[in-house]
Each structure stands twice: as C-alpha cells, then as structure tokens.
Design a binder for this molecule. Structure first.
Ligand code: ADP
Ligand code: MG
Length: 238
C-alpha cells in the first residue's frame, strides 16, 4: 500500500512560513506531480514527506501509518534528486547494491534485486562501469535503480531531469512513464517543466507561495483552471 496523506502540513523556517495547511491524499500507485514557481515550497514539501525536514504543523501518513515522528530511513520511501549523488569509487553494480547494505540480505538476493533493476532500466551493459564513465542520463538511471531495489512505498523525485539536455530529458521522461506502468508504485514528482507535468501526471498539484492553488488531472486544470494564477502558470487559455 503506497498511499501518502498530508493532513494540514505546515513548515516555517524561523519567522518565515513557507508551507501552510497542505491537505492532500495521494492514492496508491498515483503519479502526482507538484508544480509552481521557484521558491513556492515544492522541494520543502518533498523533504517533509521524506523526513529530511521536520513539519511545523500537521501529520503525514504513508501507507496508512503515521510517520510524522519517524526518521527518514524508517518511512520506507525513496528520494531521487537532480544531482545523482552516486559513489564515484564504486561500480554501477556496487552503487545499486549499496542501497541494500543495511537490509542484511543474503548475497544471492542482493544480486537478484540488482539484476532485476538493471534489466528494468537497461543498465545491464553498464554494471561494471564507474559513474565517471556514464552519461548524465545513464547516471540518472543508476540513481533510480538504487531506489528501486529498496522497493519503497513511494518514490519522491525533485526535478530529476533538470540537468539533462532536451532530447535526453524527453527520452528519460518516456522511460519514467514506462517504469511507473511496470512498477505501479506511487510517485510524487516535482518539476517546473509543463510537458513533464502534463504527460506524466495522473494529478497535478499547483503550489503558489506555500499553499495549494488547485489539484486535479492535467486536462481538468488546463480546461478549468480554478484561479487566474493556475491559468497563467499552466499557460492555459483563460
Ligand atoms: P521550490 O523548491 O519550490 O523552489 P523551496 O521549497 O526550495 O522552493 O523553498 C521554499 C522557500 O523556503 C524559499 O523561500 C526558500 O528560501 C525557503 N527555504 C527552503 N529551505 C530553507 C531552509 N533550510 N532555511 C530557510 N529557508 C528555507
Ligand atoms: Mg526546489
């Protein structure tokens, strides 16, 4: 079960309130895309869900379990950043397997999971290479592979394609959509790219200045923007 429920979530840094009363229920298997202008709180919201930052208000439930007070590692999520953060001295195989280090699995089980992730992401020919020998797109796939093996309840992506050039971004976007279909895992995905949002999302959440402006399927937001802000932001006819 991979539901993610945000119940009145708020966050302040000192005096500055950056997120306010965020209420959102993300369904099992949903591809939920967060959009909004720079500084509106997208990354902070992901970090709160991931447990990399503490909420100032509200509760977070994952798979029906209240995780608000849990450490990041115990939330059973996986976060993929725009910077790949791979270990340069390890091979692709070792980078992916390292994500399972703390799970204390038998070696054969680790090898099986790594092989399965490599197959799914077409990384098999690259398993013995170092990250420095890979392209940006390949490194991003390794980072995703490292997440997959942990079989998270949900994946969190913070602008994962923003470092890629346009053609690679399009290619990787299509791969991500295919991966989501294969895995069926809940995904929460931050982007400032309209095309990514429109093509990947089951639902788009539009954030503005720390609050939710509108939530809905891409076509609904495009055809029936609730506010001027949403219309302008999505570039929809108003
Ligand atoms: P986005 O990802 O939508 O661009 P962020 O979530 O990164 O926005 O930031 C939202 C706001 O919170 C910004 O004004 C940012 O400066 C502020 N902020 C983010 N992290 C911190 C922090 N650790 N300390 C203080 N302010 C922060
Ligand atoms: Mg951000």
């Amino acid at each position: 079960m991979g539901t993610v429920e945000l119940d009145g979530v708020g966050k302040s840094f000192g005096e500055v309130e950056v997120l306010r009363d965020i209420r959102l229920d993300i369904a099992e298997g949903e591809f939920c895309v967060l959009v909004g202008p720079s500084g509106c709180g997208k990354s902070t919201l992901l970090r709160l869900i991931a447990g990399l930052e503490e909420v100032s208000a509200g509760r977070i439930r994952i798979a029906g379990r209240d995780v608000t007070a849990l450490e990041s590692y115990d939330r059973g999520l996986s976060m993929v950043f725009q910077s790949y953060a791979l270990y340069p001295h390890m091979s692709v195989r070792e980078n992916i397997a390292f994500a399972l280090e703390t799970a204390r699995l038998p070696r054969a089980e680790v090898a099986r999971k790594v092989a399965e992730a490599a197959r799914m992401l077409r990384l098999e020919p690259l398993l013995d290479r170092r990250p420095s020998d890979l392209s940006g797109g390949q490194r991003q796939r390794v980072a995703i592979g490292r997440s997959i093996v942990r079989e998270p309840a949900a994946f969190l992506f913070d602008e994962p394609l923003s470092n890629l050039d346009a053609s690679l971004r399009a290619e990787t976007r299509i791969e991500l959509a295919a991966l989501h279909r294969k895995l069926g895992t809940t995904m929460i995905y931050v982007t400032h790219d309209q095309v990514e949002a429109m093509t990947l999302a089951d639902r788009i959440v539009v954030l503005n200045a720390g609050r939710i402006e509108q939530v809905g399927p891409p076509a609904d937001l495009y055809e029936r923007p609730a506010t001027e802000f949403v219309a302008t932001f999505l570039g929809a006819p108003s």
